[in-house]
Ligand binder design. Structure first.
Ligand code: SF4
Length: 377
């Protein structure tokens, strides 16, 4: 049978009312006893929950905790965030990556202040006009802050539900995704929706894990079709992983009177608004010395008589592994750029004031160290 035909005949996930009640109860009891003590679980403030949800996208819980606490200390209210300078917001995001999340939050805070008088919108329609809030995030905030009866679906709950209902379909296919959203709605209890949604995520991260799920201590095991059918190790079904492509880049740290040239990335680009040293992929076959001259001229209209290598930084971006060889060279002149929004000559002690992406933070830290060592000689 054709695959698209197969997708259209996926059954709806369903539970008997009695099972639904027992499942909700069992999961909430387990959550009450086993949940991790996380700062965003101590509040029903939609602003704080929103901050936590955005930070937790693509980022580990342990990494987020200190960022969450610092962010709320600096921006304790929506008004405080809305009136902050974008550079200040990005500085507080430095190291978390995926900076578009911070920019969207900042824009959304401004809209909440201008269109909703600073009160966090408590319904789907109003939340939908804010940038950076997809279905999962909207439902997570509304269910946790206002106990709205809305399901959630993210990596952990996808895995739990795919096993619970034994979904023998790619969980990332459109049919698989539709099935899982319906499943997430089907299992919702009558009340305590916010706690229930968090409990599903917690179960996925602590018990129904990717490898070695602990079915023996799982509160959902009496209801789990994968367990009953001996399919746990086969599920969930996911399409094959993408192949990682290696990319080689060269970065030029341009130095003039102990100051380093930084460029501010233009709007609409990845890492827009963040600062960096000029870098690029060299043309195939170009010797390094020639490529470095091309890069520094292209981005800063400057060239150094001599570049010397100071190190290497490796960072992954989606399906790419980028290796950046970092070179430093003295230049004279201020430079200019058709690419960067702004150029700044920055002294070593001033570097912290300029928000940077995490690979650029590493490159610039390396450059600062090299210059400090030079000073000591
Ligand atoms: S019984 Fe096992 S597979 Fe089923 S939900 Fe629990 S941990 Fe996951």
């Amino acid at each position: 049978m054709a695959k698209d035909k197969l997708e259209t005949i996926l059954p709806k996930p369903s539970l008997l009312p009695a099972s639904k009640k027992l499942l909700g109860k069992a999961l909430l009891i387990w959550f009450g006893e086993r949940k991790r003590d996380l700062p965003w679980r101590k509040t029903r403030d939609p602003f704080a929950i929103w901050v936590s949800e955005i930070m937790l996208q693509q980022t580990q819980v342990a990494t987020v905790i200190p960022y969450f606490e610092r962010f709320l200390k600096t921006f304790p209210t929506i008004e405080a965030l809305a009136s902050a300078d974008e550079q200040e917001v990005l500085s507080h995001w430095q190291g978390l990556g995926y900076y578009r999340r911070a920019r969207h939050m900042h824009q959304a805070a401004k809209i909440i202040v201008s269109d909703f008088g600073g009160a966090f919108p408590a319904n789907i329609d109003d939340l939908s006009i804010l940038p950076g809030l997809g279905r999962y995030t909207r439902n997570a905030i509304l269910s946790q802050a206002f106990d709205a009866r809305l399901p959630i679906l993210e990596a952990n709950t996808k895995r739990v539900l795919a096993r619970l209902f034994a979904l023998v379909q790619d969980i990332d296919s459109s049919a698989g995704n539709k099935f899982l959203w319906e499943a997430a709605e089907e299992v919702l209890p009558e009340s305590d929706i916010g706690a229930f949604n968090q409990a599903m995520m917690e179960l996925g991260s602590l018990v129904c894990t990717v490898t070695h799920p602990k079915c023996g201590s799982c509160p959902l095991s009496p209801f789990c079709i994968a367990k009953r059918s001996d399919l746990v190790s086969e599920l969930p079904i996911k399409k094959k992983k993408v192949v990682v492509t290696q990319v080689r880049e060269l970065a030029t740290v341009l130095v003039n009177r102990k100051k380093i040239l930084l460029g501010k990335r233009p709007a609409g680009q990845r890492w827009a608004g963040l600062w960096e040293v000029p870098h690029d992929t060299p043309c195939e076959g170009d010797p390094e010395a020639k490529a470095l001259g091309i890069i520094s001229r292209k981005f800063a209209s400057l060239v150094s008589k001599k570049f010397h290598e100071i190190g290497e930084v490796v960072h992954p971006v989606t399906r790419f592994k980028i290796t950046v060889k970092v070179f430093m060279g003295e230049v004279s002149g201020k430079g200019s750029s058709d690419y960067y929004e702004e150029l700044a000559w920055v002294g070593l002690s001033e570097m912290e004031k300029y928000p940077k992406s995490s690979p650029q933070s590493k490159i610039i830290a390396m450059a600062v160290k090299a210059l400090e060592l030079k000073k000591e000689v």
